[in-house]
Design a protein. Sequence first.
Length: 310
Amino acid sequence: MRDTPIPITLEIRYASKTITGLLRHPRAFARVFGGAHSIDDFVQETYAKNPIALKRTHGFEIYLNPNDMGISPSIAVLGWYELRTTELFVEILRSGSTVVDVGANVGFFTFLAAGIVGPKGRVVSFEPEPSSFSLLARSLSRNKFSNVMLIPKSLSDVEGERTLYLSATDHKGMHSIVYDSGGPNISVPSVKLDTEAARLGLDHIDLLKIDAEGAEPEILVGAFELLSERRVSNLIFEWEHAENWLKNEGLVRRLFSTYDAFLVPRSLPFLPIKKVKDNLALADMFQNRFGTNLYLRLRNQKRMLRNGVE
């Protein structure tokens, strides 16, 4: 089994698409070499001038939020959100896979997965924020995917109601049940993934993606049975908010005992994907300059790649 989870051919393909897409716009060339923040600034500026509400990409159409300066601009201008996460979805998934998308927002990864896994696969998408969920539902209706289930709930480690703190900025992907950024708040239903998996008959999850603005440890605690029984093959989640992970080091070490772990820069191609050493201090895993996801791959699994068996 390879240590590198993304093949170089896929990196070249998406790097080429990134550069080609940016070069369609005036003044873009210098931004390509300015790093992630420079590209993000350019994408936001471009979208602010032409905030389209519907984008066709990767074979599906997706409704965007013209008032959002976080996720929607990237999808509108580049055709994806989080380049390396997109690459991992394309590499990991195959026809018939089961995917759970936690914190789906407007649904880019939900519909990307739906197209790849096909009618024999299954995608379950959780999004508790009402306006984002409304856009999800509109996109699902427009694309007529029969393999997608949308659930307007928050996942955590408790059943009941939670307070969802809405973003106080124009980045509409910053809603959180953990952090209050000073915006309004609403009450949303909360469930454990273990409970929902049992209710929905999810015996196995090929890919669990979580983007929940600091609630990732709580969500993983709520998936204790699935994880301890090795019923989740791959996980991708945001590796930020060090204070939350440091309080949950036991959880992280349990995961590392059954999964190979990789630190993945979210947005830029060709930056090295670093395999996490077993004895690496947890605090040292946050010494990075770029937004980072953690990718976990179940050890001793026979990986079925889209182009064959590894």
